[in-house]
Design a protein around this ligand. Structure first.
Ligand SMILES: [Mg+2]
Length: 135
């Protein structure tokens, strides 16, 4: 089994651009934070990269297109079920649980949601606040 490092997308890997959260076209225009690209590139060899996002599954094709356009290739992309209105931090708790089931360990998570960060840390996972990396 392999370890994994996890990254949130909005305001973590991607700069905020506004627009409608459910609009695939708006999503495609979001640029990558170069600082976070350095973190992405720093994941040790043999460790998988997961993206954990509160965006809905119906945006998966647009999301995959965005990752391709900015030159990132996540090993796994976890997305919220369509129509699921669970608060973002709770969605992240479920995703962390999924990663802990599927992997040998979660090396760290980078996220900008303070409530999600609290949850990762409660679970004993190193959680990096994206706002201290992206400026
Ligand atoms: Mg975010």
């Amino acid at each position: 089994m392999t370890k994994v490092a996890a990254f949130d997308r909005d305001n973590t890997l991607a700069k905020p651009q506004g627009g409608n959260l459910g609009d695939p076209e708006a999503l495609k225009t979001d640029p990558l934070w170069p600082q976070m690209k350095a973190w992405w590139d720093s994941v040790p060899l043999g460790v998988d990269r997961a993206v954990v996002t509160g965006r809905e599954e119906n945006l998966r094709p647009a999301m995959e297109e965005w990752f391709k356009s900015v030159g990132l290739e996540p090993d796994v992309l976890l997305m919220r079920a369509d129509g699921d209105s669970t608060p973002n931090a709770e969605v992240k708790r479920q995703m962390l649980h999924q990663l802990q089931k599927d992997y040998d360990g979660v090396l760290y998570v980078v996220d900008d949601n303070p409530k999600a960060i609290d949850i990762y840390r409660e679970k004993g996972v190193l959680a990096v606040d994206a706002k201290f990396i992206n400026h």
